[in-house]
Design a protein around this ligand. Structure first.
Ligand SMILES: [Zn+2]
Length: 253
C-alpha cells in the first residue's frame, strides 16, 4: 500500500483494508479559512491541520487522518478580505456528520483537534451528542484553547522565548510552523509586529470582537524572528504532547 495516512489520498479498498489491518484511530482536524496577517495565506489553519494530523498519525502508528474540516467559525476575522466563516450551528452539524461517517467505517477512536481557536465552542457543544450516539467509539477531544496556551508557555520558558512574540495568531508560532511546512507560502519580508496585549477576550467571549479593531494587520503577537527550525521544534513538542495524552486516554473524558 502507498505510504499515506490521508484518507483523501487513499482508495476505498485501501481505507477498508487499513482499518481492518489495525488503523483503529482517525484524526479529525477542525481548521479555518481566515486572514493570517500580511505575510501568511488564508489557509494557514488548514495547511497546519494537515501537517499536524499527518505527523500525529505517523507518531501514533495506528491512525489515519480524515479530510480536514477546512471551514470554521471565523466571524471575528471577516473584516479582512478572503476570510470565509461558517456559523457555529453549521460547524456543529458538520462535526456530527463527519464523525457519524467515520464511525460507520469501523474506527474505534475518533480524535477531534482544533487548529483554529474559534472552533472550540462548537466542538464542545457536539461532544455530549457524539458520545451518546456513537457509544461504541471512543471520542477524544481537546475542547479548551487554554490547553494550547499552557503548552505554548511551557515551550517558551524551556526555549528561552518570549511567549508574547510567539503569539496566538499569525505570529512567531504559526509563522515558524508554516516556514517548516510550506515555506513557499510565507512572505517574511512582510512579517511585522501585531497586537502585543492580552488577546484572551477573543476566545473567552461568545462573539469575538472584530479583529481589525484589535490588530489592523491581523497579527496577535510578533511574526518577526520566525524560523523553520523553531517551527520544527513546535511541531515536535506538540505532536509528542498530543500523542502521549491520546495514548493515556486523557482526551476521552
Ligand atoms: Zn491560525
Amino acid at each position: 500500500m502507498r505510504d499515506t495516512v490521508l484518507i483523501e489520498e487513499m482508495t476505498w479498498p485501501e481505507v477498508r483494508d487499513a482499518i481492518a489491518g489495525g488503523k483503529r484511530r482517525v484524526i479529525v482536524m477542525l481548521a479555518a479559512m481566515e486572514q493570517h496577517g500580511p505575510h501568511l495565506p488564508i489557509g494557514v489553519d488548514t495547511f497546519l491541520g494537515y501537517a499536524t494530523g499527518t505527523r500525529l498519525a505517523r507518531r501514533l502508528g495506528d491512525a489515519l487522518v480524515a479530510p480536514v474540516v477546512s471551514l470554521g467559525y471565523s466571524a471575528g476575522h471577516l473584516p479582512m478580505a478572503g476570510t470565509v466563516s461558517i456559523e457555529e450551528p453549521v460547524l456543529e452539524a458538520t462535526i456530527l456528520d463527519v464523525c457519524r461517517s467515520l464511525a460507520h467505517h469501523g474506527f474505534r477512536e475518533i480524535i477531534l483537534l482544533c487548529s483554529h481557536g474559534g472552533n472550540y465552542h462548537a466542538l464542545t457543544n457536539t461532544l455530549p451528542t457524539l458520545r451518546q450516539e456513537l457509544a461504541g467509539v471512543r471520542i477524544s477531544a481537546i475542547t479548551d484553547f487554554d490547553e494550547w496556551i499552557a503548552h505554548t508557555k511551557q515551550f517558551a520558558a524551556r526555549e528561552g522565548l518570549d511567549v508574547a512574540r510567539l503569539g496566538v495568531h499569525a505570529a512567531q508560532g504559526e509563522t515558524s510552523m508554516m516556514l517548516a511546512h510550506r515555506p513557499d507560502l510565507v512572505q517574511m519580508d512582510k512579517a511585522c509586529e501585531g497586537f502585543m496585549g492580552d488577546a484572551s477576550i477573543r476566545w473567552r467571549s461568545k462573539v469575538p470582537p472584530p479583529m481589525d479593531e484589535m490588530s489592523p494587520t491581523g497579527i496577535l503577537g510578533d511574526a518577526r524572528g520566525s524560523t523553520a527550525d523553531l517551527g520544527e521544534k513546535l511541531f515536535a513538542e506538540r505532536i509528542e504532547r498530543l500523542a502521549s495524552m491520546i495514548e493515556a486516554g486523557a482526551l476521552a473524558k
